[in-house]
Design a protein around this ligand. Structure first.
Ligand code: GDP
Length: 328
């Protein structure tokens, strides 16, 4: 960092022109644990916020090895060929600070990385899922302000992160392997219910037949799930990311979904709901932190916890006392 950082306005203007270095710098500031840098990032973001919201936001999840990065690269290149600009972000709360993030490996998505119409950013590392997701949401806004009209958010399909990613995108894509039920693939039913499309990948070579069968099984399973929208029935598709087959159908589904929701008047309300929910989840985190950091609360917690554990005090009574300490 230079001693004389550029004015916020200049950085914001550069981002708005699609300058990838300015984008990367802004996102780095937003991810920074240094208060002054984070504040710079927020200041840039505040200037950019009227320019955000213009992208099709797509979440991509699936078990490790299913072919997420191969698929994202194939679809990303297809989108760019069709005239789009594509940003790829990731939510990977499991990645250690030592840099094991899912997009950290530079050899992944090599062709997409080199394409001037693509912007690829690995997951912010370390911290809670909430913190990682917060920074990815902000990075998404930066990409939108820079004119990227498709944002793909990747997450590994193991745990809570899928639900978080689904809450920040318009279209949620679940990639699956041929053969093996959802338990086998570690995909929880709750995640299936969030999917706008299920794609059985690796529908090629020896696994093609199994992919067809698996697709059929998932198509039947989807019949039993109540869709999250009146305007869209989730689809079960099949693809070979390696051979570039079936990718166009997924891309078409994404844009069809958008048109259908817009025509049904569901699109804008959903975006508004997501923005509001994001605000409240941030507020909850801030309040929680402020509460725990309050000296009177912090001092009272150990005793009250011990009392609750020893069954001498109900949890409800302990909470009342903590609230009194916080807000006398
Ligand atoms: P990720 O962990 O989900 O990101 O999966 P990768 O994209 O890294 O792919 C894992 C492995 O599966 C790699 O060896 C890929 O070459 C391979 N792979 C990805 N897509 C396909 C596909 O459509 N067909 C076949 N046969 N292999 C694939």
């Amino acid at each position: 960092m230079s001693a004389n950082p550029e004015p916020i306005e200049e950085v914001a203007a550069a981002v708005a022109e699609g300058d990838r270095r300015a984008m990367a710098r802004t996102i780095t500031w937003l991810e920074s644990t240094r208060g002054d840098l984070a504040a710079r990032g927020q200041a840039v973001l505040e200037q950019l916020v009227p320019k955000t919201g213009g992208a099709v936001r797509v979440g991509v999840t699936g078990p490790p090895g299913v072919g997420k990065s191969t698929f994202i690269e194939a679809m990303g290149l297809g989108l760019i060929a069709a005239g789009h600009r594509v940003a790829v972000l990731a939510v990977d709360p499991s990645s250690p600070v030592t840099g094991g993030s899912i997009l950290g490996d530079k050899t992944r998505m090599e062709r997409l990385t080199q394409d001037p119409a693509a912007f690829i950013r690995p997951s912010p590392s370390g911290g809670s899922l909430g913190g990682v997701a917060q920074r990815t949401r902000e990075a998404m806004l930066v990409c939108e302000a820079a004119g990227y009209d498709v944002v793909l958010v990747e997450t590994v399909g193991i745990g809570q992160s899928e639900v978080t990613v689904a809450s920040m995108v318009d279209f949620f894509l679940v990639l699956l392997l041929p053969g093996g039920g959802d338990e086998l693939q570690g995909i929880k039913r709750g995640v299936m219910e969030l999917a706008d499309a299920l794609v059985v990948n690796k529908a090629d070579g020896d696994t093609r037949k199994a992919a067809e069968r698996t697709r059929g099984e998932y198509a039947s399973a989807l019949e039993l799930i109540r869709p999250t929208s009146h305007a869209w029935k989730p689809r079960a598709l099949m693809a070979s990311a390696l051979e570039g087959k079936g990718i166009d159908a997924v891309r078409e589904a994404i844009f069809e979904h958008r048109r259908a929701l817009q025509e049904a008047g569901e699109f804008e309300p959903r975006r508004r709901h997501q923005a509001r929910a994001w605000m409240w989840s941030l507020l909850e985190e801030d309040l929680h932190r402020a509460f725990r950091e309050d000296p009177k609360v912090a001092a009272a917690i150990p005793d009250l916890e011990a009392e609750v554990e020893a069954l001498r005090l109900t949890p409800g009574a302990a909470v009342r006392r903590l609230m009194q300490a916080f807000r006398p």
